[in-house]
Design a protein around this ligand. Structure first.
Ligand code: PLP
Length: 406
């Protein structure tokens, strides 16, 4: 029996909604997107949510809006240094480089896989390099506490933007992940907590930023802005539909995506509860072996803080890396899909090494290396059937006991 890392997440009701929208003839961004955005803002406890076509586009727009606001001063400027985690997703890092910023890589915390704020503080204290911003990833369903982030940015006078693409549904200290700072990005790619097939968005409490995000999503035009009339009256006599006020892209979502998203977000608590139960059972199945679930501390403490996008598993003990390979081979025989922790140590990827200005020696990041060598992930998707979950746990138990003599 196959246990995939992810499944489509689409239910009959989602497909019916997509067909209804297709039949309506209203295909490009419109009322459905507006409706989904209101629901998302309410769920996250944020003032605004702007839907786009992917989490990657959300990251790009957040950075661009901070660098090229139409009103007020830019919060980030070309050349500024921004702290990022050494285990990252490529499209967390690329927008910084593409827009002329300097990503400064910091190792991750082994117990959370998030950017290690203590290591970041040491870097700031010792390097003397002026740092302007921090762009942490809330990893794999685990929220970074807002109190820690708030204290860190206040102490170091930093601009905070959050990549929450992996952690929809994670709450800590009574707040959704990414609830401090300028803005946060989300992804609704099909393996994530809710799906719009492809899709993403940005949450922010900033009334000015949201207008820029809306312009930048649609070629830079003024149409969807709250201050569209102001631009029309004061700035030009152009046709108001074709008035361009900022830089931009076309990263709009489609109505069918939003119609599906609106149904999915209504069910998010059920999806996440199932994911938590899968993670707990996986953790039980490998207890007292050399394998352990990273994040299992949240089962007894702050259970709600984790929404489990996937389940990261660390192999410990002697020759852990070789032992991991044996476990992976065994899991493959059981048809259990596995994968590395995101990209592993991002600095070891050819793409970043080829950009010599930003290439850093990957061996400097000992925890990122450890996770690349000794850790792997299995699926936690809420669509897994009871027999798939049983098979996943049985396979992990068998694989973890095979060579260890336990
Ligand atoms: C941390 C992080 N950021 C950004 C993204 C990009 O999201 P998308 O696939 O929707 O472009 C992902 C993808 O999973 C991710 O893990």
């Amino acid at each position: 029996m196959r246990v995939p890392l992810a499944s489509s997440g689409l239910r009959d009701s989602d497909i019916d909604a997509a067909i209804r929208v297709l039949r309506s003839g209203n295909l490009t961004m419109g009322k459905e997107v507006g409706n989904f955005e209101s629901k998302m803002a309410q769920y996250l406890g944020m003032k605004h949510f702007v839907m786009v076509n992917s989490g990657s586009s959300a990251n790009l727009l957040m950075i661009e809006a901070l660098m090229r606001p139409t009103v007020g001063k830019a919060k980030l400027s070309p050349g500024d240094c921004v702290l990022v985690p050494a285990i990252a997703w490529p499209t967390t890092i690329w927008p910084l480089i593409q827009l002329g910023l300097n990503p400064i890589f910091i190792d991750v915390d082994p117990s959370t896989l998030a950017l290690d704020l203590k290591a970041a503080q040491e870097f700031i204290n010792q390097s003397g390099i002026p740092i302007r911003g921090i762009f942490p990833i809330h990893p794999l369903g685990r929220a970074i506490p807002p109190s820690l982030l708030g204290e860190f940015i206040t102490k170091n006078d930093l601009v905070l933007i959050n990549d929450v693409c992996e952690s929809l549904g994670s709450w800590i200290e009574g707040k959704h992940a990414g609830n401090v700072g300028e803005a946060s990005s989300f992804s609704f790619y099909f393996s994530h907590h809710i799906t719009t097939m492809e899709g993403g968005g940005i949450a922010t409490n900033d009334d000015l930023m949201v207008d820029d995000l809306k312009s930048m999503r649609s070629h830079g035009w003024s149409r969807d802005r709250s201050d569209a009339k102001f631009w029309q009256m004061n700035k030009t006599s152009n046709d108001s539909k074709f008035l361009f006020v900022s830089t931009g892209y076309n990263v709009r979502p489609m109505e069918i995506q939003a119609a599906i998203g609106s149904l999915q977000i209504d069910e998010i608590d059920t999806f996440i509860d199932k994911r938590r139960r899968i993670a707990e059972r996986v953790s039980e199945s490998i207890s007292s072996t050399r394998l352990s679930v990273i994040g299992e501390d949240t089962f007894s403490n702050d259970r709600n803080s984790h929404s489990w996008m996937l389940i990261p598993i660390l192999v410990s003990g002697e020759n852990a890396s070789a032992y991991k390979e044996l476990v992976l081979a065994e899991l493959a025989k059981f048809e259990v899909e596995t994968r590395p922790i995101l990209t592993g140590n991002f600095l070891a990827q050819p793409a970043i090494q080829r950009i010599t200005r930003h290439a850093v020696d990957p061996s400097k990041f000992s925890i990122a290396n450890l996770m690349t060598q000794n850790a792997f992930m299995v699926g936690a998707h809420h669509d897994l059937s009871e027999s798939q979950i049983e098979h996943l746990c049985f396979s992990l138990k068998s694989a973890s006991q095979l060579y260890s003599g336990t």
